[in-house]
Unconditional design. Structure first.
Length: 185
């Protein structure tokens, strides 16, 4: 016997309404605008209206109607994707797990740092000075710009070419005359 066929006793509360729609083609309604849009798109897809008629009924331009139709079909396809079985982890629970792991890692790091300090003291080593972070004032040493290796090689080659040309200009030209003595030009 189904629950709705059973007679209710006087003290029993009425059954809670189910959130899921009943029947083979029942759909949970949305806002008024969403319902109007869905009806217009379904009528166009069923061939009862033209896209231009639906756009006029929705008071939107024809290109906007096509955008809305494409978005609606995308939602339909996304809703038809198979859902994973079983309980799925929530973002909130995953965040809590990650925060616990982070806190545990911080504690472990602090423990390791303490062990290193104790080992240094027992060996008589001085502790390394903590690096001092400079405040970001916008002044100070500028970062070196990287130079591409090809540009460096080109600069070196350019210097060699200039050096060879300079050496050829500075060297005196020797001409031999018939007497065996050389003359400078």
């Amino acid at each position: 016997m189904k629950a709705k066929d059973r007679p209710q006793s006087n003290g029993a509360a009425p059954p809670k309404p189910s959130r899921k729609p009943k029947g083979p083609h029942a759909v949970q309604p949305g806002s008024g605008t969403a319902n109007r849009l869905a009806v217009a798109i379904l009528e166009v897809l069923a061939g009862m209206r033209t896209p231009a008629d639906a756009a006029r009924a929705l008071e939107v331009s024809l290109p906007r109607y096509y955008q809305l139709e494409t978005r609606a079909l995308g939602g339909l396809i996304a809703a038809c994707e198979p859902r994973p079985l079983g309980k799925q982890p929530s973002v909130t629970n995953r965040l809590a797990v990650l925060e616990r792991e982070l806190e545990q890692s911080r504690r472990e790091t602090a423990r390791q740092q303490t062990l290193v300090r104790v080992a240094h003291r027992s060996l008589g080593l001085k502790a390394a000075p903590e690096p001092v972070k400079e405040p970001a004032t916008g002044k100070g040493r500028r970062k070196r710009r990287p130079v591409v290796r090809a540009l460096k090689a080109a600069a070196v080659l350019r210097e060699t070419v200039v050096a060879v040309e300079a050496a050829s200009v500075q060297q005196p030209v020797v001409k031999a005359n018939g007497s065996g003595n050389s003359l400078e030009a």
